[in-house]
Design a protein around this ligand. Structure first.
Ligand code: ATP
Ligand code: MG
Length: 399
């Protein structure tokens, strides 16, 4: 089939009046990043549509990638022709001739975006419909439940003919809502939290706390692979790998066992907040889910959260574990998350952490040490890995 374009319908943009231009520019930017493997594609946009000109590129892989990009309501392969009635009739017939099987029903749905076009919507439908009926065999019209809905969008720069809609991922283009840092462990929850944050338009920088030699290079690779999965949703992810060994060993030595976990989390959050500030982020995202483990009781969160007044976004806070697991399978992060390489928390987790830690106690235990110096050092020595979709060789469909 000689489709030459992909027509993209925007997601929630209709409610975002003033931000329309920013939404479109960001979506175009994200699409270019996600489709860098296809350098000949052409991108253009109008108020309500974005177009990708295929320039001979095979569309299969492109459609697959589009289904994961946030900010898209739906998309279709399209055939473009001049906005002249004869041209539209001929192209419509050509498309239907290749598409239909005898016995099929069809309807024509015109959309007259170019208000100067000489025919009204119903007149266009009629002209094209009758032209198709006259020149084909075994096709009939069914306006209620047709096998083929031929959509005809008449615009000043050309007319786009489409037959099938693919569902987009919805949400807002990653980046339109600003930037935040995602605390990305190697576990199941935090990549899912990142997915939901990106879905609401947040551009994420990921932060991972790494404690060699207690945690292995493979644990680090696992987090790189998880971050790479997230790039398929709309862009690039910078991954900050924070050396955390010295801080964990210090906490281990100095803080009573039942408060190790609380203090560890408080230090992680302090560092995450510093990195956030450096990167110009406005929030911290975590994969916490209420009641899941000792660090995720309300009391724990109260004691941990106290180290910062930065908004903390916890997309999964009310989710059940089983739901999180099924979403992680859908977005393709599950199989990476369940690889056995331990992260720093698992290794240093005491047998019986306090489930109701008191803020004053945590503060007192920490006051005997100069953690600030250690935190500065960890931030200084943080490694930043830029991960982009073009590295994404082993791409698989997320939805
Ligand atoms: P996950 O499945 O995301 O690892 P979890 O159920 O294991 O979560 P915790 O270990 O309590 O729960 O971690 C809670 C959150 O803290 C994680 O979702 C993540 O956002 C953050 N976190 C934990 N460990 C790390 C780490 N090593 N590096 C970065 N963030 C971390
Ligand atoms: Mg974990």
């Amino acid at each position: 089939m000689n489709y030459d374009h992909i027509l993209i319908r925007y997601g929630e943009i209709s409610t975002k009046g003033k931000n329309r231009k920013r939404f479109i520019d960001q979506l175009k930017h994200n699409l270019k990043l996600v489709l860098t493997a296809f350098p000949v594609l052409g991108f253009s946009s109008s108020r309500d549509r974005l177009y990708i000109k295929l320039n001979g590129e095979n569309h299969e892989k492109i459609l697959e990638k589009l289904s994961n990009v946030f900010g898209i309501h739906s998309f279709s392969l399209a055939l473009k022709c001049k906005s002249e009635l004869e041209e539209i009739k001929n192209s419509s017939l050509q498309l239907m001739t290749e598409k239909y099987k005898p016995g099929n029903t069809f309807k024509v749905s015109a959309r007259r975006a170019d208000k100067t076009f000489p025919l009204l919507t119903n007149e266009i439908n009629y002209a094209i419909g009758s032209h198709i009926l006259q020149n084909t065999d075994g096709l009939t019209v069914d306006v209620h439940d047709p096998d083929i809905d031929l959509r005809v969008e008449v615009r000043s720069e050309g007319t786009y003919l489409t037959c099938k809609d693919y569902q987009g991922a919805g949400g807002l283009p990653a980046g339109v809502s600003g930037k935040a840092v995602l605390m990305l462990s190697g576990g199941i929850d935090s990549p899912v939290a990142g997915y939901y944050a990106m879905k609401r338009g947040i551009e994420v920088d990921a932060i991972h706390f790494f404690s060699p030699p207690y945690t292995s290079e493979r644990a680090k690779q696992k987090v790189i692979d998880l971050a790479r999965k997230l790039t398929a949703l709309g862009g690039q992810v910078n991954l900050h790998i924070v050396p955390f060994t010295e801080i964990q060993e210090t906490i281990q030595k100095q803080v009573p066992e039942s408060y190790i976990m609380t203090s560890t989390r408080r230090m992680m959050l302090k560092i995450a907040d510093r990195i956030r500030e450096r990167q110009g982020g406005l929030a911290i995202i975590t994969g916490e889910s209420l009641g899941q483990v000792a660090s995720q009781t309300l009391e724990s969160m109260f004691a941990i959260n106290d180290v910062t007044s930065t908004p903390i976004i916890r997309p999964l806070i009310t989710f059940d574990k089983t739901d999180i697991i099924s979403i992680s399978k859908e977005i393709g992060t599950h199989d990476i998350s369940i690889l056995p390489y331990e992260d720093c928390c698992t290794i240093f987790t005491p047998a019986s952490p306090a489930t109701k830690p008191k803020l004053e106690k945590a503060e007192r235990f920490e006051s005997f040490l100069d953690f600030d110096l250690l935190l500065d050092k960890a931030v200084e020595q943080t490694e930043i890995i830029k991960i982009s979709t073009s590295d994404n060789q082993d791409y698989e469909r997320l939805f």
